[in-house]
Design a protein around this ligand. Sequence first.
Ligand SMILES: [Zn+2]
Length: 321
Amino acid sequence: MTKRMIVGVDIGGTTIKIALLDPNGEIITKTQIPTPVSEGEDAIIGKMTNTIDQLMAEQGFTKEEAYGIGIGVPGPVDTDTGFVYEAVNLGIKDTALKAKTEALTGLPTYVENDANAAALGEMWRGAGQGTDNLVAITLGTGIGGGIIIDGKIVHGVKGVGGEIGHVTVNPDGPLCNCGKKGCMERYGSATAIILGIETAAKEGRSAYLAKQLAEKGSLTAKDAFDAAAEGDLVAQEVIDQAAFYTGFGLSHIANLLNPAKIVIGGGVSAAGDALFSLIRKSFDTYTWKIAADSCEILPATLGNDAGVIGAGWLVKQGESK
Ligand SMILES: [Zn+2]
């Protein structure tokens, strides 16, 4: 029977997203289930493979028609062996994800870090189309990143390559979860923006933000952009700082790698030009002109589907080897 379908999976700390894709990366159908984090790795893998079986049966696909399974996970991975060193949000460590999934499904399985998978997804079907030299970052709770050079993800020796969120942008900056000071993620992530406006509200530096905080109990990154649009100078200052350090951090990446595109996704990127124009300004200030002029900075276009589509790309690439 001819092969005509790829399985793409994105395992996150809250949900496992599963999609069936055609060989061009078009989603045929998709679903998601809660990640059973407290039940351990075998439950996570078992529920994932059961759901894959179900989805294939619903769509009338046999195992013989599937090229294989691609999986993105939130942590460093050995992509040759499909071994997950650690995924803190999944509560798993030293997990033979590829071997276990292949044993349960009989399908060839490919494993990649989730941010790298999202970058591959954007290259294949999203804002990164047309180049194989690109960098993708996600501005969310933290800052995830993926670097693609000549069509290949940069992994490094322990799978930590592409962790752009932990580029130091201020040696005297605040402490990061990674143990260092002044990481880009401490300025450009949603978490950092929220901390900035909530602190300003509590310290009484902005009556507008203080009122918002009192009404809502907590604030979001969108509240910062809304407040700035209303003319709140303190919120604008927090956004200016977030964009400055993000552009500054990205300038180092561009000076090193000279990518054709930097694709920015995640919740914060929804702010659009109010954010992108400021990032661009800072980026242009610190990037060598040739590298700056040859680099587009674009919003990601695949949203939450980037991970499953990029996971599918792993399978396609594996097939062509
Ligand atoms: Zn860090």
